[in-house]
Design a protein around this ligand. Sequence first.
Ligand SMILES: *[C@@H]1O[C@H](CO)[C@@H](O)[C@H](O)[C@H]1NC(C)=O
Ligand SMILES: *[C@@H]1O[C@H](CO)[C@@H](O)[C@H](O)[C@H]1NC(C)=O
Length: 199
Amino acid sequence: MATERRSFSYRLLCAIFFTPIFVVGIIFLILWLSLRPHHPKFHVKEFTLQGLGQTNGYLNVNVTVRNPSHRVRIYYDSMRGSVYYKDQRVGVVSVFESHYQEPKNTTILHYVYNEPLALTTQASNNQRTIEIMNDRTQGMVVYSLQFKSVIKYKGSMWDKRSHRMRATCNVGVGPNGVILAKYKDRQCHVHMSLFELYT
Ligand SMILES: *[C@@H]1O[C@H](CO)[C@@H](O)[C@H](O)[C@H]1NC(C)=O
Ligand SMILES: *[C@@H]1O[C@H](CO)[C@@H](O)[C@H](O)[C@H]1NC(C)=O
């Protein structure tokens, strides 16, 4: 009997001590979940190569960038958008020169590359040109769009560091140069790493 009563009051004591800690913990968890920063999300909406296989073409790109965080602004250092065919860069533009993005904002990046077709018009002994033309004959050429920047989360209590960001979007185009349906609207892969000034 005595031991039972002792264990009961012990349990009561435990409850009195731990319930507030538990409640505070839950509150912090909810705060953390709503205030923690999320990396930006990229989706390719449009990717059209005008004049694939001709001498004077251009590439039309429309990509959306979303800041999914509830309360955290994202600061982008200069951001560049490059297009690659395999390991070869075939075009690059400057997308942002230091830019703040509000929470829950979606920004449309719509721009044109003039260079990508240079690759297909170079001397035909260029290995990559031959490969592009072969891919095209087979129905699909896969390019990779890459966005690189250094970003910071503004208003985040937890994360005040700079991060190197790289978003990679693989885009397959048909022989007409237009993005294929299964590549459209796909979420791009975003890789984040800590930005070290002195490495
Ligand atoms: C880019 O894509 C977005 C989303 O689909 C669309 O709302 C917008 O009108 C497009 N912009 C241009 C210039 O095509
Ligand atoms: C997102 O931010 C951009 C640039 O700051 C602005 O032009 C655009 O209107 C904003 N979009 C929405 C949906 O508020």
